[in-house]
Design a protein around this ligand. Structure first.
Ligand code: ADP
Ligand code: MG
Length: 699
C-alpha cells in the first residue's frame, strides 16, 4: 500500500515531471519561464504544449477537455468539448490546438456579472492559467482558467487573486531589495486551508427539504446529547467515516492534492481535512476540488457531506482556516522569525506590514468572509467574533513593546540595541497556537485567518490579505527608499516604532469570545460588523475603491458588480431558506401537529367514554401546548408570506438584503423557536423527516 502512494500521487495531473518528460526541451523551458515569471505564452509554445497535453490525457483515458473556471457563484464551472475532429469518410482524430488550450469562449450570460456585462454581449473568455496544473477527472482534461468579459473585466475569483499575488510580489521584492536582498526576484503567497465538514447518512439527508435546498437544518430541537461530553474531537474514526476518508485521500492524491491531516472535529458528525500548503492560486483550485470531491466520495459511501457553515443549531458549525504566509523564490518564509539579527529585521518589517494591513483593512477582511451562512457562526462562541483583531502571543507582543519603548537594552553595555539585534525569542509553535478564539493568529511562521466559512472559496480572503499587505509594504518602501544604506537600520527602527504605536490597537491576545472583548474593541475603535448587510457596504467605501483600483486588482466597475452579486446572493439565500421553511411548516410540521392533536383529542374522548371520572389533565395540557404552537406557527407563516411579498418589491439591493436580515431572518428564528419547543411533545416518528438525534448519530 505505502509503495503505491508515491505512484498514485499526482497520477492524474499534468505536472512538472510529466511536462519535463513529454515536452521538447526548448518548449519545456519556455513554458517554465512563463510559469515562473508570469510572462505571456507564445502561440507556438502553446501549440506544442497542447499536443503533449492531449496525448498524455488520451493515454490516461480522457476523451474531452474543459476550461475549468471559478465564476462568482462560488462554485466551479465547466463545459466539456471532446477532442474528436472529423477528418472525412466517417473518421475522426483526437485533436487539440494551442488556441483551444489558451482561450475559450463560453457563453457568459447565465453567470452572475452584477450588471458588468450587457446582455447583448454574452461572450465571456476563459484564459489558461499555466501556473495551476491541468488534471484529469472523470475522463475529461481539466484546464484551470481565468474568466473575463468581452471587454476584459474579471468575472471570476481567479483573475483578481492572480493580480493580488503579482502585486504583493512586486511590493515585497522592492522592500527586500532595500533591506539588502537583491537576490530575490519574486515572492509568492502560500496557503494551507484547513477544511471542516459534516457527514450524515445520505438516506436521512434526502428526507429533509432544508438540507437539500439550503444545506442546513431550518428546524430541529437538539438531541439529548450534543458536544458537551467533548468526546468527538480527535476521537476514534468510526468505520464508515474511516472508509470515506481513506477513499477521499486517494482521490485527492491522484489529483496531486496533498491531503495530509484528517480527524474528528468538536461537534458530533463533524470532521476536518488539512492539506500541505501550496502557492495561493494552486491552493485555491485545490480547495475547490477538495470540496467537490468530499461531496462526490460521500455519495459513493451512502453519505452526504455538508459544507454549510451552520448545518445544525446548538452545536459548532464549520469554518475554514486560511493559513497564510509569504515565500521568496530563494526559499525564505518571510514570516519565519529566523535566528540571526538581520533575519529578525526582515521578519519584523513583514510582520508589521501584516499588522498595519489588518488594522487598516480589517473591514475588508470581514467583507471577504461575509455570507448568510457564516453570519450564523461568527460571534456564536464557536468561531471568532465578527471583530477583526490579531493574536501575536505574549513573546512577540513583548518584542514589539520593547521596540516601542526603546527598552531593548544590551545588559552589558547598557545601551539600547539596534533593531537588528532585538533578538526575537525562539518561540515554539505550541506556545503561540493555544489561542483558538482569535480571528487572525500568528502561529509561529504564518498567520492563520480563522473567520472563513466552510463553503467559501478561499480566493476572496486572500485577495484582500495580499492587496492590503502589498499596500502596507508600498508605504514602507516609500518611507525607506531614499534612506542611505548606512542609516537604514535606524530608519527601519523608527518606521517599526511608528507602525507599532499606530497599529497596536489591533493586537489582542485575550479571549475573543467574551462580551468584555466586544466592549474593549469598541473602545479601541475596531469595527464589529455583525451581519453581511452590515459588512458589505465597506467594499464600496472610498478607501476600498482606492486600495483595489490603485493596485489594479479590481476596477471600480468590478467592485460595484461584485458588491451587487454579494448582496443579491445574500438575499437569494435567505429567500430560498424562507421558502423552504414555509414548505416544511405548511406541508410537514403543521400536518404532524394536527395529527397529534387529533390523537390526543381522541384519546381524551375515549378515556372519558370508558371512565368519565378519569383525570385527563396531562392530556389537556399537552393538547393546549400543541394547539398553541399550531396557532402561532400558522400565524407566523402567514406573516412570513407577507414579508416575502414585501421583500420582492424592494428594488435597492442593500435595502433588500437588510430587510431579509431584519425581518425575514428574524421571523424564521421565531418560527424555529416555536417549532423546536413543541417538538418535545411529538412522539418519535411523528415528523416525516429525521430529527437531530437520528441525523447527528447516523454514521
Ligand atoms: P494546526 O493549525 O492544526 O496546528 P499545522 O500547523 O500543521 O496545523 O498547519 C495547518 C496548515 O497550515 C497546514 O495546511 C499547513 O500546510 C499550513 N502551513 C504550514 N506552513 C505554512 C506556510 N508557511 N504558509 C501557509 N500555510 C502553511
Ligand atoms: Mg490550524
Amino acid at each position: 500500500m505505502d509503495k503505491r502512494i508515491p505512484e498514485l500521487y499526482g497520477s492524474l495531473v499534468f505536472n512538472d515531471r510529466i511536462m519535463r518528460e513529454k515536452l521538447p526541451k526548448d518548449v519545456y523551458k519556455a513554458l517554465r519561464k512563463t510559469i515562473d515569471n508570469n510572462l505571456p505564452l507564445e502561440l507556438d509554445v502553446a501549440n506544442s504544449v497542447a499536443v503533449a497535453m492531449k496525448e498524455w490525457a488520451v493515454d490516461n483515458g480522457a476523451t474531452h477537455y474543459t476550461h475549468w473556471f471559478q465564476p462568482m457563484t462560488g462554485f466551479t464551472a465547466e463545459k466539456h468539448d471532446s477532442f474528436i475532429t472529423p477528418v472525412g469518410s466517417g473518421q475522426v482524430i483526437m485533436d487539440f490546438s494551442g488556441k483551444e488550450l489558451i482561450k475559450g469562449e463560453p457563453d457568459a450570460s447565465s453567470f452572475p456579472s452584477g450588471g458588468l456585462r450587457a446582455t447583448f454581449e454574452a461572450r465571456g473568455y476563459t484564459a489558461w492559467d499555466p501556473t495551476s496544473p491541468a488534471f484529469i477527472k472523470d475522463g475529461t482534461l481539466y484546464i484551470p482558467t481565468a474568466f473575463c468579459s468581452y471587454s476584459g473585466e474579471a468575472l471570476d475569483k481567479k483573475t483578481p487573486l492572480l493580480r493580488s499575488m503579482e502585486t504583493l510580489s512586486r511590493e515585497a521584492v522592492k522592500v527586500l531589495h532595500l533591506l539588502g536582498h537583491p537576490e530575490v526576484s519574486n515572492v509568492s503567497t502560500t496557503i494551507g486551508p484547513e477544511q471542516e465538514y459534516f457527514l450524515v447518512d445520505r438516506k436521512l439527508y434526502e428526507q429533509r427539504k432544508d438540507l437539500i435546498f439550503t444545506g442546513r437544518t431550518l428546524l430541529g430541537a437538539m438531541a439529548p446529547k450534543g458536544q458537551e461530553m467533548e468526546d468527538h474531537y480527535f476521537g476514534a474514526l468510526r468505520p464508515r467515516v474511516a472508509a470515506f476518508m481513506h477513499d477521499l485521500d486517494e482521490e485527492l492524491w491522484k489529483l496531486g492534492i496533498p491531503a495530509k491531516t484528517k480527524h474528528n472535529e468538536v461537534a458530533p458528525a463533524q470532521h476536518e481535512l488539512a492539506p500541505v500548503f501550496d502557492t495561493a492560486n494552486v491552493a485555491v483550485d485545490h480547495n475547490q476540488l477538495t470540496m467537490e470531491m468530499m461531496k462526490k466520495v460521500a455519495d459513493k459511501h451512502g453519505l452526504a457531506c455538508l459544507l454549510h457553515e451552520k448545518p445544525f443549531e446548538g452545536i459548532n458549525g464549520s469554518g475554514k482556516h486560511n493559513n497564510w504566509s509569504i515565500l521568496t523564490d530563494t526559499g525564505v518564509n518571510l514570516l519565519n522569525p529566523g535566528k540571526t539579527p538581520s533575519e529578525n529585521t526582515q521578519f519584523l518589517v513583514f510582520l508589521l506590514a501584516v499588522i498595519k494591513a489588518v488594522d487598516e483593512y480589517g473591514d475588508l477582511m470581514r467583507v471577504s468572509v461575509a455570507s448568510a451562512g457564516n453570519d450564523h457562526r461568527l460571534g456564536g462562541n464557536e468561531a471568532p467574533p465578527a471583530i477583526v483583531s490579531i493574536f501575536l502571543g505574549d513573546e512577540l507582543t513583548a518584542v514589539l513593546e520593547a521596540i516601542e519603548n526603546d527598552s531593548y537594552f544590551d545588559k552589558q553595555k547598557k545601551t539600547p540595541m539596534e533593531i537588528g539585534a532585538a533578538v526575537i525569542p525562539r518561540f515554539f509553535k505550541d506556545s503561540t497556537d493555544r489561542n483558538r478564539t482569535s480571528p487572525f493568529a500568528f502561529t509561529g511562521n504564518k498567520f492563520e485567518f480563522r473567520m472563513l466559512g466552510s463553503s467559501l472559496s478561499v480566493s476572496g480572503p486572500n485577495i484582500v490579505l495580499n492587496t492590503a499587505v502589498a499596500e502596507a509594504l508600498r508605504q514602507f518602501y516609500e518611507e525607506l527608499k531614499d534612506v542611505p544604506s548606512d542609516q537604514m537600520d535606524g530608519a527601519v527602527h523608527q518606521l517599526l516604532k511608528r507602525a507599532i504605536i499606530k497599529h497596536k490597537r489591533i493586537i489582542f491576545n485575550g479571549n475573543g469570545y467574551t462580551e468584555e472583548w466586544v466592549q474593549e474593541a469598541a473602545r479601541r475603535g475596531l469595527d464589529n460588523l455583525v451581519s453581511t448587510p452590515d459588512a458589505l457596504p465597506r467594499f464600496i467605501s472610498p478607501k476600498s475603491i482606492e486600495l483595489f483600483t490603485s493596485h489594479h486588482i479590481f476596477t471600480k466597475d468590478e467592485i460595484m458588480s461584485r458588491y451587487l452579486i454579494l448582496l443579491e446572493g445574500y438575499s437569494k439565500t435567505l429567500h430560498v431558506e424562507a421558502k423552504t421553511l414555509q414548505a416544511m411548516i405548511r406541508h410537514e410540521f403543521l400536518p404532524a401537529l394536527l395529527e397529534q392533536m387529533d390523537k390526543v383529542a381522541v384519546s381524551v374522548r375515549n378515556k372519558k367514554a370508558v371512565f368519565a371520572h378519569l383525570d385527563c389533565g396531562a392530556e389537556e395540557k399537552l393538547l393546549t401546548r400543541l394547539s398553541q404552537a399550531y396557532q402561532k406557527l400558522d400565524q407566523e407563516e402567514e406573516w412570513m408570506e407577507a414579508d416575502l411579498a414585501t421583500a420582492e418589491k424592494l428594488e435597492d439591493a442593500l435595502e433588500s438584503a437588510r430587510f431579509y436580515h431584519d425581518a425575514v431572518l428574524k421571523r424564521m428564528d421565531t418560527v424555529r423557536t416555536v417549532a423546536d419547543a413543541v417538538e418535545a411533545d411529538l412522539p418519535d416518528g411523528a415528523l416525516p423527516y429525521p430529527n437531530y438525534e437520528k441525523l447527528l448519530f447516523s454514521v
